[in-house]
Design a protein around this ligand. Structure first.
Ligand code: DGL
Length: 257
């Protein structure tokens, strides 16, 4: 394995582009391959077996391409099968989970809403995470499937729809100190949410933490690419989504703080 090898990043579709952006910003010399599985999107309403089959197919493809590391830029895929993938492949596999710990470490008796997919919120992995914090904090689970659809349908500019959908999920969240964006598609709504919510409510996502973890692991393994040109190669199981993928990447500056 070489430091010059690319890193493979994947998601059920286009949400992981928000993570790809953070990795590229933090590690500008790394060559990245982004694989969006839009043909099979959403994962959030599929079974564990269906999601696992897709993840294996994608990781096999990445391994054939000679990647040095795989980033699962998808909370849903991580909760479905990250232990199995780590057992199956020799390279490092980085996963994501809703940043509930970060939200609860902000103080005592926090009121936190976790926005994620139905699958993530129902899985054992999240139940275990929640159990660590729900005695001392109050945690509300909110499944937000429509946010995934809006990104995949290239409808982020549809202000009326976006406002109506976000208003519904904000209402479902109740009175909170923070909202955890536990699905990578939701990060594209961060700027809009900041405009809608009082500034006392914090929005927390795991994207920067994931990019930092990628860097730490590459450093530990002496796999940092010092000489690469930071190219991004785009693959999507629906090739017509490549244009939208690039558009979402270049709009990230506006979508996040
Ligand atoms: N982006 C994915 C996540 O982080 C899920 C979207 C889907 O339902 O496919 O969980």
């Amino acid at each position: 394995m070489h430091s010059e090898s690319p890193i493979g990043v994947f998601d059920s579709g286009l949400g992981g582009i928000s993570v790809l952006y953070e990795i590229h910003k933090l590690l500008p010399n790394e060559d990245l391959i982004y694989l969006g599985d839009s043909q099979y999107n959403p994962y959030g309403t599929k079974t564990k077996e269906q999601i696992t089959d897709r993840c294996i197919a994608i990781c096999d493809r990445f391994v054939e391409m000679g990647v040095k590391m795989i980033v699962i830029a998808c909370n849903t895929a991580t909760s479905a099968c990250v232990p199995l993938l780590r057992e199956r492949y020799d390279i490092d596999i980085i996963g994501m989970e809703p940043a509930l710990k970060v939200a609860c470490e902000r103080g005592a008796d926090r009121h936190v809403a976790v926005w994620a997919t139905d699958f993530t919120l129902k899985e054992k992995k999240f139940a275990a995470l929640m159990h660590r914090f729900d005695q001392e904090h109050s945690i509300e689970k909110v499944a937000c499937p429509t946010l995934v659809r809006i990104v995949e349908e290239d409808d982020l500019d549809n202000e009326a729809r976006v406002n109506e959908v976000l208003t519904g999920y904000i209402r479902q969240s109740g009175a909170v100190d923070s909202i955890v964006l536990g699905c990578t598609h939701f990060v594209f709504f961060k700027k809009r949410l900041e405009e809608m919510l009082p500034s006392s409510i914090e929005l927390i996502d795991g994207n920067f933490g994931t990019a930092r973890h990628v860097r730490e692991l590459l450093e530990q393994k002496h796999l940092i690419n010092e000489n690469g040109s930071g190219t991004i190669s785009w693959i999507n199981t629906l090739p017509e989504k490549i244009g939208l993928s690039k558009k979402l990447f270049s709009h990230m500056e506006d979508s996040i703080k």
